[in-house]
Design a protein around this ligand. Sequence first.
Ligand code: CU
Length: 161
Amino acid sequence: MADTQTGRGARQTEGPIALLAFIALTALVLSIMALVVALANRNHIATGTTRSNVSGSEREWEINVSASQAKAGDVTFTIKNEGTIGHEFLIVKTDIAPGKIPIDGDHFSEDGIEVIDEIGEFAIGTTETLTVKLAPGKYQLVCNLPTHYGLGMFTGFEVTA
Ligand SMILES: [Cu+2]
């Protein structure tokens, strides 16, 4: 009993100081937590890979996509062939305006053109997926099967930092 009363008395005497200490400690802990979260967020932005999804379709003679731009990083294209013949899907990095790559015969030469990656000719009614890591810049999404580019199977795409 005596010990309990002594203890209670001691707590009452130190109450205000303990409260101030508690508030100061809480403020310090919250500051540290905020700093840790801020650093974690900064690191995430600096080292994390941005992922984007773009869906779209191809048909005679057009390519339609759900977005005309994406952030640099991994971009996944999910493309359906809604046409009545086979089509391909190329991602070309170029500053040439959409549709203006010089045609050599019935399609443009891919020599000297930066083709990042492609979905080879795929069948009517099927859907293909392609994930590529894209750097900032201007791109064209195209089909380069004979005559298809010239007939309109291209669309501009921009990747921002
Ligand atoms: Cu095509």
